[in-house]
Design a protein around this ligand. Sequence first.
Ligand SMILES: [Zn+2]
Length: 431
Amino acid sequence: MNVLSATPWSGLPLRRLPAALLLGLLLSCAATATEDPADDPPRDQAPRPIAPNVDLKEVTRPPEPAEPIAEADVMGPPLPAPAEAESFILLGREVPPGVATRLSWTPDGGISGLASPTPVLAINGANPGPTLCLTAAVHGDELNGIEIVRRVMYDIEPERLHGRIVGVPIVNLDGFRRGSRYLSDRRDLNRHFPGNPGGSLASRMAHSLLNQVLKQCDFLVDIHTGSLRRANLPQVRADMRRDDAVEFTRGFGHIVVLHSPGASGMLRRAAQNQGLVSVTLEVGESQRLQAKPVTAGVRAINRLLQHQRMYPRLFPLGSPEPVYYESLWLRAPVGGILLNEVRLGAYITQGQQLGAVVDPITNARKPIEAQVTGRLIGMAVSQVVMPGFAAYHIGIEASAEDPLETEDLEPLSEAELIDDEAADGEVDPEE
Ligand SMILES: [Zn+2]
């Protein structure tokens, strides 16, 4: 019995639909899963509805003709789950051990009659273990993370999983639909955590995500990209003053790890304050889907799952350690057209010219030179820039145990030390 064919999400020959339609179908079908209030009793009332077992890898297969099925079939065949593994209660549903399913989270706020449930993928492993949460597109125009969550989660066999994985591929569905980083109230959701149920739309949504979904997690990987036509080398950002965060970053294998406490209002910081071990995974540019960065992100998370002993794989654990960095930004000294002379990921030396800002009218040319030796872990693509635009993000190698404090650096004449994620948020005029 193909369980999928009996779920409310199926009913169309999926193989013939283009990807965009499939996504629309996924979203609208998630809506049907919760639009009947009677279907979704308050969470503290028993019994909770059992989540159907959806084989995530079979989602693109044409479903069998719909036919009524017995309740017992919805659960799929009995699984050899050890007695220790327990049901997972999420969003008012019970996800038994060995089950992968799709749930939906309806953020508080907005017009309730027009509420758009946000799809949540959940896998409860047949074996006990921790809960890892993956969030992407908190900024609606950051596409790489959406694809990373899809690839990671659809590659998991629940029978082999130790613990649980919860994925919210598109947190900011509203911004995603409009191709925008922001919510419809023009706020940056990632500056409003932990949120407030009586606050602004962004604040209510942040509060809802944190309390309805993320409080269930032990670990959080929040996936982002550079903003405003900036590209980030695949990198993990974590508060390296915390021992649990340091240990967690070791799981990602050979990747850049940047010490960054995180700005106020960020999901990563709020989740950390709730007791989760929480990091940001930055991968590439916004508004693009980039094959290589996505592959790097998928590999890093799969490596993490193995390191955490959540999902055994064939490749050996002994892959190289991360490389730890502190960082600083170089800003455009004047406005004009930024022309890059280096590539993302390049190792650069102090005094090296990274690019220049040229004035298209006067032909004046202002070079930008590296103030320190390090690695280019983020950069703006060539574009028109205003004075002060954060153009080059330089990583300076540090040790995991003793992260370099940026205050220890020599005073810089043209470089300004700013919080790395503040650069991402500098366009937010309100907060
Ligand atoms: Zn982002």
